[in-house]
Write a protein that binds this ligand. Sequence first.
Ligand code: ZN
Length: 355
Amino acid sequence: MRKYSLLPILCTLLLVAASPILADPVPGVSRGGATILHDVRPSQPAERVRIAWLSEWFDGLFGTPADTRVFIIDSGAPGATVFVAGGTHANEIAGILTAVLLAERALPSVGRLIVIPDLNTSASTYTESTTMPSWIRVDTTRGPRFFKYGARFTDPVHQGEPDPERYVHPKGGNALEGVEARNLNRAYPGAPDGNLTQKLAWAVMTLLRSECVDIAFDLHEAGVESRLANMIVANPKNLDTAALAVINLEMEGLSMKLEPSSETFHGLSHREWGDGTDAYAFLIETPNPAQSSKNGNPTEDPKYPLALRVATHLASIGAILDAWNDGCPPDKRIAFSYYPDWHTVKDQGVGALLN
Ligand SMILES: [Zn+2]
C-alpha cells in the first residue's frame, strides 16, 4: 500500500496563510495514515448516532487518504434508508455544508439517514488555484467554524497511477481529458483493485448495497451560467419522484430544472447508483460563483449566497423525500423529528443551524 504523503497538507497550510477568507486552520486528526480535515459535530441523542468509516464497507480504503467518515442517524423505527453525500467534488461547498448540517442536526423519527459530508477527502487536501480559498469561515452562535474548500479531483499524489492520455470509462463512451480519471463522478461503479478514485467509488457502491439504501443523493455545485445550475438529475427509474418534487418546489418559490441521466454517459452517481443498486438516485446542483470565475466569491455573492444554495439543497432533498413518501409502501417511509428548515437557512445563514 502506498504511504500517505504529508506534502499536500503542508501545501494546504501554506495556502491557508495566503487566503483572504481564512482565519484559523482546523487541526487535522489522523487515522490509519489518513489525515482528516473535517469538522462535523453531531448533536442528536448519542444512542441514535453511529460514526463509522467508509473502509468498514470496503477495507481497501483503510489507511488511504480516501477513507472518510460516515454518520448514521437511526430512528430505531423501520422505514426507508436515505443516503446523502457531500464533497464528491470538494470545491462544491454548498453540498458539503448541507451534508454537514444534516449529519449534525437531522433526526429521523422513522427510517434512517446515512451521511458522508466529505466524500472525496483526498480532493479536500489541496486547492486547484491560488485564487481559491483553502478554507471558508461560517459564523455560528457558538463562534466561527471553518470548512475545507478543496479541489474537484482526487489528489494526483494519492491516485496510485499517472493520469492517462485520455480517460474512457470501462463501459465505454467518449474519451475525456486524462484528469477525469481522478473525477469520482466519472468513476462509478469503480473497481476494488483499481486506482484510489475507483476504490472510493467501489466503496460507495458497496455501502449502498450492503445498507439496502432506498434513496440516495449526491450534492453538487456548478458555475452560475452552467446548464446544470439549479438542476436535479434523476436516474430514469425515479424520474417521476423527482418531477413531483420539482412541482412542489416551484410552489414553494424555488425553480429547479430536471433531467434524466444520460443513456450513454457512464460513471456518474445518478446513473450507476440507480442502475447498480436498488436505490432511487438523485444528483442536485446549485450555482457556485467561484466555479464561474476566478474572482467569484464562494460564500458572499449577493445573488448566489452560500445560504441560498444550502437552502436549495435542503429543500430539494425534503421535496424528493415527501414525493417518495407519497408513493412508497407504509413500512418504507422516512420521517423526521427534526429536519433543518430551509427558510431559516436562507434568511439567517447556514451558521444559524450549525452546532
Ligand atoms: Zn460536482
